[in-house]
Design a protein around this ligand. Structure first.
Ligand code: PLP
Length: 377
């Protein structure tokens, strides 16, 4: 797909220089068309075959699996990213004295579910990072001991944009017998992820940022190991193997499938799925490698421009540390004032933790990055 066709899917570009994917994404035009067709089709057929809709859900599962480089049976749909973290926090057989390791500066969704286990005697430990949010296996190793059950972190930090070395961390977790729980919301759809190669046990990613889908639907990847150790705590009519047999619902058979969908207790968010399907098809049509290259080119251009003007770039710009997020500060100037100044010039970025956060996607252009650079005070 050529860059113009991709850009044409996002009419927001006619109104705004939109560089805020770490916060929110517009959905592509094709997703808007599909949602209207979905409701028209429902009316046309009087919703006569809702069980058949799950064939569509399975197609979306297969698309998600292609994106994350895994099998469709390892993908479930949830609501938010937090669902994936809570699934592990609530589903493990904790013993008092166990601990969970996370990273200093983590997003609250990767902290509160573990803090909530304090009443069961579970300790939460924080790995130190440098000022750019950077850490590696050796920093993690200092916090891990024989009672560490989980390492939980973001694939990309919401605050610094640091891209965690997932493959090394996954290997480390495997060697230590800890589950590796990854919040993928700031990476999936922008960066090329391979959950199996990285030894991830559970990855969760809400659709409304880099996946360019709507709110209220998230991808959950669950490894074979996690399927064996994490007990589902939310069950419903769709939890069982034979749920499609809707005329025998009262013949209760609590047999869970050996698939990630055992974590889907009830009716799925079909409007969300329909839009997510279109967004995933678009991402796969462009190609995730192409998207990653494009996103990194744009953030490199931004970082180079900021460096020329001697602003303080917080994000690490070393090779594999880079992501779609660049955060920076202007010494002596409130970041909120700069974000407001951009907004007046119809350029959209965010302030996070007192810094300016810029997050372009693959449909953005070099000219848009230059427009931001020119609008700097
Ligand atoms: C790293 C990270 N995790 C999670 C979320 C959102 O969590 P949820 O999908 O549970 O709303 C955000 C939103 O900004 C985020 O940046």
């Amino acid at each position: 797909m050529d860059p113009e066709a991709l850009r044409a899917e996002f009419p927001i570009v006619r109104r705004w220089v939109y560089l805020n994917h770490a916060a929110f994404s517009p959905v592509p035009l094709r997703a808007r068309r599909a949602i209207s067709e979905h409701f028209e089709h429902g009316e046309h057929t009087a919703f006569d075959n809702f069980v058949g809709w799950y064939e569509r859900a399975d197609r979306v599962r297969a698309l998600a699996a292609r994106l994350l480089r895994t099998r469709a049976t390892r993908i479930a749909f949830g609501c938010a990213t937090s669902d994936g973290v809570n699934l592990v926090a609530n589903g493990l057989d904790w013993r008092s004295g166990d601990n969970v390791v996370t990273i200093t500066g983590e997003f609250p969704s990767n902290v509160y579910p573990w803090m909530n286990l304090a009443c069961r005697g579970v300790e939460l430990r924080f790995v130190s990072t440098d000022a750019s949010g950077r850490f590696g296996v050796s920093e993690v190793e200092r916090c891990v001991d024989s009672r560490t059950r989980v390492l939980s972190l973001s694939a990309v930090s919401f605050a610094t944009g640091f891209r965690a070395p997932l493959e090394e961390l996954g290997l480390f977790c495997r060697a230590r017998g800890a589950l590796f729980v990854v919040d993928g919301i700031q990476a999936a759809g922008a960066l090329d992820l391979d959950v199996e190669r990285a030894g991830v046990d559970v990855m969760a990613a809400h659709a409304y940022k880099w996946l360019m889908g709507p709110t209220g639907i998230s991808l959950l990847y669950v490894s074979e190991g996690a399927l064996a150790t994490v007990r589902p705590t939310q069950l419903g009519w769709r939890s069982i193997i034979e749920w499609k047999d809707v005329n025998r619902m009262l013949d209760y058979r609590l047999e869970l499938p050996d698939e990630a969908r055992r974590f889907e207790p009830g009716m799925l968010n079909f409007p969300g799925l329909v839009m997510l399907e279109e967004a995933l098809e678009l991402i796969l049509e462009v190609g995730i490698e192409t998207i990653e290259t494009r996103v990194l080119e744009l953030t490199d251009r931004l970082a180079a421009g900021l460096a020329r003007r001697a602003y303080r770039i917080v994000s690490s710009r070393r090779g594999r540390d880079r992501s779609g997020i660049v955060t920076f500060e202007i010494p002596g100037r409130e970041s909120a004032a700069t974000v407001a100044r951009f907004h007046d010039r119809r350029i959209v970025v965010s302030e996070r933790e007192g810094r300016i956060r810029v997050s372009p996607h693959a449909y953005n252009t070099s000219a848009e990055i230059d427009a931001l650079l020119e609008a700097l005070p």
